[in-house]
Unconditional design. Structure first.
Length: 463
């Protein structure tokens, strides 16, 4: 069932058209003029628009312009008399799908409406396919023209043609996987597999099996042989996300693969040759982890042949307006919601925000605004951000204001432990007891969280 908007100042004409279109099970909305049409187009997504040429508050060309601005794929059909045939031709030149002359035959209107709806659906599917391909291939994803992101693009161009291991670092949500995909797409391996794996999503045993494969009977439940991701990515690229979460045993095996280009499946002693380029990403400070003894120094130097640090969004505020426009188009197409423009005041509000969640947080905010907003333009109130003067109760010198009233003596160790325990409990409650999600919220590895749960004797049933 398609949704069609009828725009005509004559009530009887609207009723006749609606009655005809209802025979094909279309859902029909009506607007008595250009102003009502604009409001309907801003608040709803339609598959076709049928509009009169002349109305008291404007012309059908105004409706066409509004439709194309909000949804370029939307098909617009004009109703016209012989006296205005030249205007109908002009409407076609400006992007109208078709026109029907008055008086019209019911079957002609119904057939034209069907074709218009099919044309809209085809264009939307084509746009969605292009977006999907772009995302998979990494094109147009490294968005921005500021100096920080231009430096990243230049580095991608330099390393793409080589076979070196690249360490991509940056805060959560800065687009590390997008950089990895862009490197792969611009490399000689572009036609071969690109396989991403999140190292933090697996336990030690499962990660080894996932990366290196296993033989039948290697462990309980291994009822058949399985290829690892290194073998699956042969001649292509393997992207190890959150590599800082790997266990010492997995780190040792990874170092061996990077050194001699051979993998040994779990439960086997036979090495197998692989030709894989490895790209690595982490939001952890691996240099600090090396000093702490939780990450191998020799592996770190092997991974960090070429480091690419990604700037947080607060360091590239000049890119926020362009990112907003890009995300508005993507979200509108993905969720099939009306396209809306973000007001200047709303953009200024976003540019003042620090975005702890970086680009991922910005996209989520825009997605929420497009879904919940009912106005033609997204305003500042559609973005519920914390004000700068509400951040962490800081004073003008960046000091915590409650320190002014602290007692003469404080048991600092006990105080910090209580704060840490409270934060862990809140994260567990917010994640319904799922420890992996709680670890993500606290920006801890799962092993670090498990240690703290044991330390504070925290037990929490899921749900």
């Amino acid at each position: 069932m398609s949704r069609i908007l009828i725009v005509d100042d004559e009530r009887n004409m609207r009723k006749i058209l609606a009655s005809n279109l209802a025979q094909d099970q279309h859902s029909v909305s009506e607007a008595a003029g250009v102003a009502e049409a604009r409001a309907c187009l801003a608040a709803n997504q339609f598959d076709a628009v049928i509009t009169d040429q002349k109305m008291p508050d404007g012309e059908g060309l105004d409706v066409l312009a509004c439709a194309r601005e909000l949804d370029p794929a939307l098909s617009v059909v004009f109703l016209t008399a012989f006296a205005t045939i030249e205007l109908a031709v002009e409407s076609m030149r400006q992007g109208a799908f078709d026109f029907v002359t008055k008086p019209f035959q019911p079957e002609v209107v119904r057939a034209t409406a069907r074709r218009a709806c099919e044309h809209t659906e085809l264009l939307r599917e084509n746009d969605l396919l292009k977006l999907t391909v772009d995302r998979l291939e990494g094109s147009a994803e490294i968005f921005g023209n500021g100096p920080a992101i231009l430096a990243v693009r230049e580095m991608i161009a330099r390393v793409a043609a080589t076979n070196v291991t690249v360490l991509i670092t940056g805060e959560t949500g800065t687009g590390k996987e997008l950089v990895a995909r862009a490197i792969h797409k611009s490399s000689p391996r572009a036609q071969k597999p690109f396989i991403p794996v999140n190292c933090a999503a697996f336990t030690e045993t499962l990660l080894e099996s996932e990366l290196f494969g296993h033989e039948k009977g290697a462990f309980t439940g291994a009822d058949r042989m399985r290829l690892g991701l290194f073998e699956a990515a042969h001649e292509g690229t393997l992207f190890l996300d959150e590599a800082g979460e790997m266990s010492p045993a997995t780190q040792a095996k990874l170092l061996r693969v990077l050194t001699d280009g051979k993998v040994v499946r779990v439960g086997s002693t036979k090495p197998r040759d692989v030709d894989v380029r490895v790209l690595v990403a982490t939001h952890r400070d691996l240099d600090e982890r090396v000093r702490q003894g939780t990450f191998r120094q020799d592996l770190y130097y092997r991974l960090a042949v070429v480091p690419i640090p990604l700037p947080p969004l607060r360091m590239r505020r000049e890119d926020i307006p362009g990112l907003c426009e890009l995300f508005c188009r993507e979200v509108s197409s993905d969720l099939k919601v009306p396209m809306r423009r973000i007001s200047t005041k709303a953009l200024e509000k976003l540019k003042r925000y620090d975005f702890p969640g970086n680009i991922r947080e910005l996209r989520n905010l825009i997605e929420r605004a497009l879904i919940l907003s009912v106005t033609p333009e997204i305003g500042p109130d559609d973005f519920p951000l914390a004000r700068a003067d509400e951040k962490a109760s800081l004073d003008g010198e960046g000091k915590l204001t409650w320190l002014a009233s602290m007692p003469e003596t404080v048991d600092l160790r006990n105080f910090l432990e209580q704060v840490e325990k409270g934060l862990i409990l809140r994260a567990l409650e917010a994640s319904d007891g799922v420890q992996a999600e709680a670890a993500r919220r606290l920006q801890l590895s799962r092993s670090d969280l498990a240690y703290k749960l044991a330390k504070y004797e925290i037990k929490m049933d899921r749900g």
